[in-house]
Design a protein around this ligand. Sequence first.
Ligand SMILES: [Zn+2]
Length: 139
Amino acid sequence: MIKYTLNCKNGHQFDSWFSDSESFEKLKKKGHLECAICSSKEVEKSLMAPRITSDSERKNKTLISAQSALEKEIRALKKKIKTTAIDVGENFPTEARAMHYGEKEEKPIFGKTTMDEAKDLADEGIPFIPLPWSDDKVN
Ligand SMILES: [Zn+2]
């Protein structure tokens, strides 16, 4: 059951119960709705409370779906990295540097580094991308 606050064209306001949101429209179309005070059949749902509730519900749903799309993308990216790149763990700065200076064969790697080390790598022109998740969760 849904309670709607209804307004008639003469400005009367009254509450009425409906089995669902469609039954209001059905009853109105058939002329079965009328003002409790003046019997006018020109009755509209009040735009007050119900409108606010459904808007905030819609916003929440949009947020949730955007979040799960991002999580899906990150999961796909994790999977791709796990299958194509080698986990060098804490040795990431050493390995990245060795490959950059031609001491080691170039291959895709991933691993951990500190902010300071990452800054040094960037200063030396060594290409890397920060992963959009916490390092512990790569595996
Ligand atoms: Zn009325």
